[in-house]
Every structure is written in structure tokens, then in C-alpha cells.
Write a protein that binds this ligand. Sequence first.
Ligand code: SAM
Length: 186
Amino acid sequence: MSFNFKKPSKLFSWFYSLFCPIYGKSYYKELLKSLKLSGSESILDFGSGAGVLAKKIIKELSNGGKLTCLDLSEAFLNRVRRKLRKYSNADLIWGDIRELSIPPNSFDRITISWVIHHLPKEELQDILQSIVNTLKPDGKIYVIEFLSPPHGIPEAELFKLFDGTGLSESVVFRKKMTGIFEFKKT
Ligand SMILES: C[S@@+](CC[C@H](N)C(=O)[O-])C[C@H]1O[C@@H](n2cnc3c(N)ncnc32)[C@H](O)[C@@H]1O
């Protein structure tokens, strides 16, 4: 099975729709707890995939909050569009964050779940910096990630990448091969 998000095969899309909610269940639960949402926040879900996390977040934004879902894959973003069709506070953006003119200081929280290991290594620092630029001064970024290469990134490497953006980390949750981390401006 290939990990082609741009032109996903039916089998790949089907696998993702089943795998994400099942494998991700306990991690999404921990993440939602640590986001500590009042419902009025502005949130970016970077790399929304099939929209499994996005749907859980938007249900929490019942107090004027807004969710922006960004993905490089039009095919997957269309899946998010279908999933969130009844919500008027969802904004969908297709493209490379480095080429989009998202204003700085836009988001209270940013979630990046199971995306980092899909980004090209040589572009990773650059992409992360563009994400960080959109965070409000007191905002926080939450990362869920596999920690074992090749389909994952070791914790120390992840922390080093975020050090390069000026954010400091804390561990929220770790189980099996996956961790949840919080990053904020120091
Ligand atoms: C495993 S899926 C994400 C699952 C989703 N975050 C969730 O938890 O429901 C990975 C996604 O990252 C997206 N992606 C990969 N590179 C990207 C980039 N440079 N910018 C935005 N999205 C990207 C892929 O298109 C794919 O939809």
C-alpha cells in the first residue's frame, strides 16, 4: 500500500478511514483534554487528512471558535469538507503553508497529528517555522507523532526541530510507539 495522499487509491482511503479512528482513539482523547478549550479559540489543524481529529475538535468550538483545516492534498481536504459540511465555523485551506499568506498570530492552538513523518526532511524546519509564525504569542502547538523511524521521528529529533523555531516542549502523553507533545513560546 503506498502513502500517496495527493492521489489516494480507494484501498488507501478506505484503510485510512478505518485505521485513524481506531488506532487514534486514546490519543485523540488525551489531546482534547490537554487542549483545554473554552470553545472560543481559533485553531489550525495542520494536515487534516481524512478529518478524524478535525471533527472531534470542531464539536468543542461551540462558543464562537473557528477551525481552519489545512492540507496539501485536495483529495483528502474534500473528505474533510464532507465530514464538516454542517459546521459554518470551519475554514478549509488547500496548499503549502509556506506559500499561503496566513497572517502571523492567527491561532490560539495548532494541532499536527501524524503529519510530521510525512514531511520531507530537508523541508521540515522551514515548514515548521511557517506553522509557528501563525501562532499567537501565548498560543500552543500540539503534536501527535509516531516515534520510531522510518515511519516516525525520534522524540529527541522532534524536540530539536522545535528548538530551532524558538518553542520549548513538554510531554503530554506517551503510549507504545506514539507520543503527544505540547510546544509553546518561552
Ligand atoms: C496521516 S494524515 C493526518 C491525519 C489527521 N491529522 C488526523 O489525525 O485525523 C497526514 C496528512 O498530512 C498531509 N500533508 C502531508 N504533507 C503536508 C504539508 N506539507 N502540508 C499540509 N499537509 C500535509 C497529507 O496530505 C495527509 O492528509
